[in-house]
Ligand binder design. Sequence first.
Ligand code: ZN
Length: 278
Amino acid sequence: MIKKHHIFAKWRKQDVEYLKNFGINIRDNYDSFLIPENEIYFKIIDHFTSKSLFKKQPPEFSFIHSLSEFSKEELDKADRYILNNIGKPKGYPQPKNGYKEKSYSKLCSKCCTYNSQISLFRIKNEPKWGKNQVHFSLNWIFDETFIKKDFFQEVFAPLGLKSRDVLIHNTGKPAETVLQLVIPEAESDLQLDGSTYDTQKFCPVCGIKKYDQRNLDFMPPFRKDFDFMICKTKESFGETETHQANRKIIISKEFCNLLVKHEIIKYNTYDLLPVRSS
Ligand SMILES: [Zn+2]
């Protein structure tokens, strides 16, 4: 596994000059670069984050997006994966204002963790499908995937997978070409406490702790193993202070192979994150 960091900021002239020393060429004003986690990375971070009076303030509007890249061998060894590719986002859940309150039970007003889905999702129009496209996601919803109906019936239904209707918002009638894949909740929690993902605080309102949503490392295994094709973690991921709380979707190797075979996902480190073997 290689850790990489994508660093974005509004760079000043002196920052551009400083980074040139490391062979990093960026423009002043808004720009970004990708760097593996190595000595140079830590040196640069130290340079820009040091609060010392003798050092200059960091550039404004800066952020770092970290990612882990896994080798083919690491993917091969795993038998469970986090599914990162739930389809390209296509439109928004309806109504844009208030869909969360209608869709979920025990929705926390502060951190947005939820217990379960209590009503059908609604979309604006019958989806327009791209050539060979069989799945998509909705903006703002990172833990559900929507499947082309004929594909679902042909490939997923025979495996025993279940679906829900998706409603067209204005008419309240089920969409004709799409179904929501039902993703059951995991039967066990993950061994997340004390792991790299354990970066958040308990929510003062609901008392639930979310975990880091970035791909920081192998995902820790379930506390107690069980059989499944696809499931959703009991835990939510997102920052304590934000309204984002999504579950991770975990798939078995067999289901992964099926998705790859049907070209729904690619067998690579962007679409899949391996779960550490227990
Ligand atoms: Zn909460």
